[in-house]
Design a protein around this ligand. Structure first.
Ligand SMILES: [Zn+2]
Length: 420
């Protein structure tokens, strides 16, 4: 595979930028700088600096569930323009185990990715994948989806796991609910998430987290209840964390509802800290999320979709295995500079998918990650130029989203759809 020179995607803003607002952690070794705010939306241009490199925001983070972005080497992931990746605490805890990763010198050395890594808390997977699960105030007991073995995680143990991994950004344990859910259950889970945040911060301080290379983010919950979303956002905003995440969205609700939840709650979050919308990553959701003040996104969807032959183009998502591509001796996307588009044709990719060849999955994964990285580059450039609203309108006029949302009645499968 021909690697793409990642320096081609260098779009770091000038160091002479005016900083509108800033926050720091780790004694100044982790900072977020707000560089520009869009005049007509909540869109923000910023920069996160970590001990393992800086991240220009808004950013999409590819997901390496099992300490690998499926089918790709770290070099290939980097070459798509990725600045930070995500790994899953739950999966790595079960296999190969935190002790083994610590012995390997941490996650970066173990998987040979030396840029920033964000790890989630495992809460989402415990509530969506594990044979669930008994929630107590102390923590959650669950059965492994691999072998049925019994495990317990707590706000404190999740900090210990992530410190063992040595990730750059750690997430608190939160209580995630699927939809539909009764208001009483949402109130209960949201309040517990708040109490667990306080315990996560206490554990982080107790382990002298400020002396490590890892910062802690808090997570806003609240289901689709406006008052709970706002209250939860305020609680995270008042807590001593390096960043604020929005959890529990993109779980089967309509896009309008997700937009409304973001619109009412992101203004409650601190202007000077990064905001991370968890588990969201379709092309259209990234634009909508940026317009509502989000800085960071992650999702397995681009790579999972790619392995199933779903490829993003400026007009929408195509299915490469369909017979209409059989005789198309041209790139999937003429505008794309990835290896799949610059060196192979749609007809060849169609053949690879029809034949079940792994190389097809690899090319498709590279293309979708590069597509999203280019989209985020376009978004950042538009924010820099004060032209975000126009760029968004141009995207919206052309890109036709897949109508895939809204599968009520099966909260677990709806939860599992977007992340793993
Ligand atoms: Zn491409």
């Amino acid at each position: 595979m021909v690697a793409i020179d990642s320096s081609a995607f260098h779009d770091r803003a000038s160091t002479t930028d005016t900083v509108l607002a800033q926050s720091s952690a780790l004694g100044g070794r982790f900072t977020f700088s707000l560089l520009r705010e869009d005049a007509s939306t909540f869109g923000r241009r910023g920069r996160v600096e970590t001990t393992r490199g800086s991240i220009e925001t808004p950013i999409f983070m590819p997901v390496g569930t099992q300490a690998t972005v499926k089918t790709l080497s770290p070099q290939e992931v980097r070459a798509t323009g990725a600045q930070i990746i995500l790994a899953n605490t739950y999966h790595l805890m079960l296999r190969p185990g935190a002790d083994l990763i610590r012995q390997a010198g941490g996650l970066h050395a173990f998987m040979n990715w030396h840029g920033p890594i964000l790890t989630d808390s495992g809460g989402f997977q415990v509530f969506s994948l594990a044979a669930v699960n008994k929630v107590k105030e102390e923590g959650v007991t669950f059965a492994s989806h691999i072998d049925g073995s019994r495990w317990t995680i707590s706000p404190e143990s999740v900090i210990d796991l992530q410190l063992a991994y040595g990730s750059d950004i750690m997430m608190q344990l939160d209580h995630v609910l699927g939809l539909p859910a009764e208001r009483k259950a949402i109130v209960d889970a949201t309040e517990r998430s708040g109490r667990w945040l306080d315990r996560a911060v206490a554990a982080y301080d107790d382990r002298d987290g400020a002396a490590t290379r890892s910062v802690l983010f808090g997570i806003q919950q609240g289901g689709m209840e406006k008052d709970l979303r706002i209250a939860s956002a305020r609680r995270v905003a008042q807590t001593d964390v390096a960043g604020c995440a929005v959890g529990g969205l993109s779980v089967g609700e309509s896009k309008d509802v997700m937009a409304e939840m973001l619109e009412i709650s992101t203004p409650e979050l601190p202007r000077n800290k990064p905001r991370y919308l968890m588990g969201v990553g379709s092309p259209e959701d990234l634009w909508h999320g940026v317009a509502r003040g989000i800085d960071m996104f992650d999702c397995v969807l681009p790579t999972r979709t790619a392995r199933n032959g779903g490829l993003y183009t400026p007009d929408g998502r195509i299915t490469i295995s369909k017979s209409i591509w059989k005789h198309v001796h041209a790139p999937i996307d003429e505008t794309c500079d990835c290896v799949a588009c610059s060196e192979y044709t749609a007809a060849y990719l169609h053949h690879l998918f029809r034949a079940g060849e792994i190389f097809g999955m690899r090319l498709a994964s590279i293309h979708n990650l590069r597509y999203l990285a280019r989209q985020m580059e376009e978004i950042r450039a538009a924010l820099d130029a004060g032209a975000f609203a126009t760029a968004f309108a141009n995207f919206d006029a052309r890109y036709r989203p897949i109508a895939s949302r809204g599968t009520p009645g099966n909260p677990v499968s709806a939860l599992g759809e977007q992340r793993s």
